[in-house]
Design a protein around this ligand. Structure first.
Ligand code: KIV
Ligand code: NA
Length: 264
């Protein structure tokens, strides 16, 4: 089995094969996920919540992500590895270049940034400088205090139109993957159809090109609360490797996420 890359992931979208993604923060879980053929592993700034026990992702630093990226890289042989750019590590293009370089040198093959319109120049600049970029739209947790909480986004017509336009603009600027978080299933479906690149959903319904969950949520062991869009696979299967197998099979067969994990 060959290593995944942006081309293999794009081919999966074209072949209508769902992409399975999980977060990981260390070599042992990265290796377990990798061996079970999880295609994408994200070192998420969710580590602020699930590793550090904070209420949000805002305390996470580039140093934190770089450390966990080195750990994950050591365990992941085939999976495509993406690292989150944490809060305020890309306020302008030059800071983004410098911090992205740190994460790429730590072993990430792509970096993920939260935001739309305001980020277009930075995204284009990163791609021109050979850094692959994953976008992140919808509920962007780094903006939790601007949004007034962790809430579903894009329910109103004008918000939905803005999201569609931002997704298209990010694709034009050069992103090669997009994460859509907590948006109505119908909107996520529309965006997935409009974009050529793969769209990975979380709380975005079953119609995106792939799914991602925070590993602690998927195992039901998160320190804080369990989001509605996640599923406790450890409860369902009784083992960690069984959980990963079941998650993969439910994403591939489009039985996860069900209506109870999705938003209208
Ligand atoms: O930080 C994270 O884990 C993420 C995923 C939930 C997409 O950004
Ligand atoms: Na994140």
């Amino acid at each position: 089995m060959k290593k995944h890359n942006v081309t293999s992931l794009l081919k999966m979208k074209q072949a209508h094969e769902k992409i399975v993604a999980l977060t990981a923060y260390d070599a042992s879980f990265a290796q377990l996920f990798d061996q079970q053929n999880v295609e994408v592993i994200l070192i998420g700034d969710s580590l602020g919540m699930v590793l550090k026990g904070q209420e949000d992702t805002l305390s996470v630093s580039v140093k934190d992500i770089a450390y966990h990226t080195r750990c994950v890289r050591a365990g992941a042989k085939k999976a495509f590895v993406i690292a989150d750019m944490p809060f305020m590590s890309y306020p302008d293009a030059n800071s983004a270049y410098k911090n992205a370089a740190t994460l790429i040198r730590s072993g990430a093959s792509m970096v993920k940034l939260e935001g739309g319109e305001w980020l277009l120049n930075t995204v284009a600049g990163l791609v021109e400088r050979s850094v692959p970029v994953c976008g992140h739209l919808g509920l962007t947790p780094q903006s939790v205090h601007v949004l007034g909480g962790f809430k579903v986004q894009g329910r109103e017509q004008n918000q939905a139109e803005k999201l569609i336009n931002e997704a298209l603009a990010l694709e034009a600027a050069g992103i090669q993957l997009l994460v859509l978080e907590c948006v109505p299933s119908s909107l996520a479906k529309l965006i997935s159809e409009k974009l050529t690149i793969p769209v990975i959903g979380i709380g975005a319904g079953p119609h995106t090109d792939g799914q991602i969950l925070v590993m602690h949520d998927m195992l039901g062991v998160s320190a804080n609360y369990m989001p509605k869009f996640s599923k406790n696979y450890l409860n369902a299967t009784g083992s960690i490797s069984g959980s990963v197998k079941q998650y993969i099979s439910e994403v591939k067969s489009q039985t996860f996420p069900g209506p109870e994990h999705s938003f209208d």
